[in-house]
Design a protein. Structure first.
Length: 238
């Protein structure tokens, strides 16, 4: 992508206002069914044209975040993690070209998030949560030599989301799910990396034993095979 085009996309008022919309809903404690101010009022508050606000609301409605009712106004439809995740994923996809270089950067971000997430989970996990995580790991082992990439990726997603929920911090689930969506193309194209079941088993053991330092270290290195593979393809400019 041309540098100027990329910069323009990132600074697109509509993208910025998506975050303003989320902030407005949170700051005013709006819930599902709450009515948003008229488009002209939001335009005045954000110092933009009504047409831009209308475009922002259309984008938000496309992912189920708000609902636009003709002749009645715009209402908050959902403030759950699923809607937030899809919205953030769409935003990122409009501001970057997901080529191999960008995938490497995303894996680096994922490593940082996994490190903190694994460490926290090792401290806050419950017996029931460990049982559920163990069951996911058992299913992963059954598919270790399978060519069913979609099923394996689905189990990998379940494994990481289960850990995110152990932390009691909903933002971990939001960020983890967003990265899963953004990285899906690369994961489907290449399939699971070698030794992926063993790496997940090591993460499970560290969390089960409450070893926060080890869990954090495993989080930092969990995506290393993916990053090494992309680097070997010569996608990083030296």
């Amino acid at each position: 992508m041309d540098k100027k085009i990329e910069a323009d996309a990132i600074s697109d008022p509509e993208n910025e206002l998506l975050f303003n919309l989320v902030a407005y809903i949170k700051e005013n404690n709006l819930t599902s069914g709450s009515k948003l101010p008229p488009i002209r009022a939001l335009a005045k508050q954000w110092d933009v044209s009504p047409s831009i606000v209308r475009s922002v609301l259309i984008k938000a409605s496309m992912v189920g975040f708000v609902e636009m009712v003709q002749g009645a106004g715009c209402y908050v439809r959902s403030v759950d993690i699923a809607s937030m995740t899809v919205m953030f994923s769409l935003l990122f996809k409009t501001t970057m070209v997901l080529n191999n270089s960008q995938f490497i950067h995303l894996y680096e971000i994922k490593a940082a998030i996994d490190a903190g997430m694994f460490r926290t989970a090792a401290q806050t996990r419950t017996t029931e949560e460990l049982y559920n995580l163990k069951n996911i790991l058992v299913e992963m082992k059954k598919l270790e030599n399978s060519d069913d990439y979609k099923k394996m990726i689905s189990l990998d997603d379940d494994f990481h989301i289960a850990i995110a929920r152990m932390t009691r911090n909903p933002l971990y689930e939001t960020f983890e799910a967003t990265l899963q969506i953004l990285l899906l193309e690369d994961r489907l194209n290449k399939g699971p990396s070698k030794g992926y079941v063993k790496r997940h088993a090591e993460v499970f053991e560290a969390i089960r034993e409450g070893d926060q330092d080890l869990a954090e270290e495993l989080g930092k290195t969990h995506s290393n095979p993916r990053r090494r593979l992309l680097s070997l393809e010569g996608v990083i400019d030296n």
